[in-house]
Design a protein. Structure first.
Length: 131
């Protein structure tokens, strides 16, 4: 995919046009599937003991059930509730890299989870150093 992001689950997600010109990532799941579609990117040479913000916009349709967005930064992770059938919602979290080694390679994973059939969309993913 764009900028090095890959599907967490092979062949489970694609680039799609949403609206007039917006290109975003989209994945679907059925009610019987327990999988959590999402994206993964490996970042190299991140600075030690440094704050990084992970941010993205997401949208969930085709369900009225509560949906969970999960952000993982290396071994740290957090979840956020995403209201279904709404407009785009921003999800963000600040993480601090471990104190050693001086340069680190970490994976960032974004995933979405709901117990029903649904369509997930993700756009404008940003991972940046922050104060």
């Amino acid at each position: 995919f764009r900028n090095g992001w890959e599907n967490l689950i092979a062949a489970r997600g694609e680039l799609a046009i949403e609206g007039a010109e917006n290109i975003c990532w989209r994945a679907t799941k059925t009610a019987g599937e327990t999988l959590q579609p999402g994206l993964l990117k490996n970042f190299v040479e991140l600075k030690a003991n440094t704050r990084y913000e992970v941010s993205f916009y997401c949208k969930v349709s085709g369900t009225t059930a509560q949906t969970t967005a999960r952000i993982e930064f290396g071994v740290a992770g957090t979840t956020r509730v995403v209201e279904p059938n709404r407009n785009w919602a921003q999800v963000n979290q600040v993480f601090t890299t471990p104190a050693t080694p001086p340069l680190q390679n970490l994976a960032v994973r974004l995933s979405l989870s709901v117990g029903t059939a649904a369509t997930f969309m993700v756009d404008q993913i940003v991972v940046q150093e922050t104060s």
